[in-house]
Ligand binder design. Structure first.
Ligand code: DAH
Length: 354
């Protein structure tokens, strides 16, 4: 190559560099354009120096290096310009930013309907002096059955189809095992509620699930009678349902209470005259309850001659279904609650019995 030809090519490279530096809108684009030129035509020319006659190699090298330096400076200046512009933009944004404006709204999920109802019931009982306790979902046969006065050969075991684990434990079929756990742990006098998940080996349909929530209640003290049970339940139901309840007790059999009851509430929908919600009976079953059986107290290391108490079991899942008008229990475990009216919006509203 001749020196004159080299000069022409270098001039063309400078022209291209100027155009690229002007067009690039971002620093990244600038860097890209610069490396394209320095690694492309400029690098090629440097390699071609050896094809010059020996005495021209010096001036050729100088010319190429001069252009190289000029291109570098050109891009450096362009970068500085872009940085300035960016900074001005940020400063303007900062000047326009009003920290007193409310933030843009973020779409949020809501609590699960069962959680909402659980918290509401907890609030009521905590207000009545109860503590909230927990218990394991994987339970021993002893706490789930034996300690609750349900020995291995007792027919009551057949009413609670159980998931047995290979180690001999089971998935608790109710929250009642928390009763004896609480007695052993805290001793009398005692006021606890134990909300939690329970499991039964059920075929699933609109009203049966293998996984559901209950809330257990237990009060142990001296001279506790059925009158206390009734008074407490009325008070609690009034708070939970936000209305003065008319209740009735029917005998109900549960091995861990004696006597045991089914507690019904006068149907709110029809006022007791009979409707589809209460199956024309005028009453809605709310919770089973009873006076703690002496054997259960003994398992809890409590002397039944000194202390008595009452217990109740509240179906949390059922309560949530009543509150939100959910007719199919499977919806609540499905992970898709779009069919249910926004529970957050209803959170402060009355739980309707039916
Ligand atoms: N654990 C019983 C069940 O799941 C419900 C129950 C009945 C709980 C009577 C109680 C009670 O505390 O006193 O069927």
């Amino acid at each position: 190559m001749e020196l004159a030809e080299l000069q022409t090519q270098l001039a063309e490279i400078s022209r291209q560099a100027q155009a690229a530096a002007q067009q690039a809108a971002t620093i990244d684009a600038l860097r890209g354009a610069e490396s394209k030129i320095s690694k492309g035509p400029l690098a090629e020319l440097l390699k071609s120096i050896k094809s010059f006659p020996a005495e021209q190699r010096g001036p050729a090298g100088q010319a190429i290096n001069q252009t190289k330096k000029a291109v570098e400076e050109l891009f450096a200046a362009a970068q500085a310009r872009l940085r300035d512009a960016e900074l001005t933009g940020v400063k303007k944004l900062a000047a326009d930013f009003d920290p007193t404006l409310p933030p843009p709204s973020v779409p949020r999920g809501s609590l699960h309907p069962v959680t909402i109802v659980q918290r509401e019931v907890e609030r009521v009982f905590v207000g009545l002096g109860f503590s909230v306790v927990g218990g394991p979902e994987m339970e021993t046969e002893y706490f789930n059955f034996e300690a609750l006065n349900i020995p291995a050969d007792h027919p009551a075991r057949d009413t609670q189809d159980t998931f047995w684990l290979t180690n001999g434990w089971l998935l608790r079929t109710h929250t009642s095992p928390c009763q004896v756990r609480a007695m052993q742990r805290f001793g009398p006098p005692l006021r606890v509620i134990a909300p939690g998940r329970c499991f039964r080996y059920e075929s699933i349909d609109a009203s049966h699930e293998n996984t559901f929530f209950q809330i257990e209640g237990l009060l142990i003290d001296k001279d506790i009678s059925i009158a206390h049970l009734i008074a407490f339940m009325k008070l609690a139901l009034r708070e939970v349902f936000h209305r003065e309840p008319t209740i009735r007790l029917r005998p109900g059999f549960f091995p861990f209470v004696e006597p045991g009851f089914e507690l019904d509430m006068r149907c709110e929908i029809c006022g007791g005259s009979g409707c589809p919600t209460c199956k024309r009976s005028g009453w809605v079953e709310v919770m089973p309850c009873g006076m703690v059986h002496p054997n259960v107290l003994r398992h809890g290391n409590i002397d039944p001659h000194e202390y008595t108490g009452f217990a109740f079991g509240l179906g949390l899942t059922r309560l949530a279904m009543m509150k939100y008008g959910v007719s199919d229990i499977r919806v609540l475990n499905s992970g898709d609650l779009r069919g249910i009216v926004n529970p957050q919006r209803l959170a402060g509203r009355t739980i309707r019995a039916g």
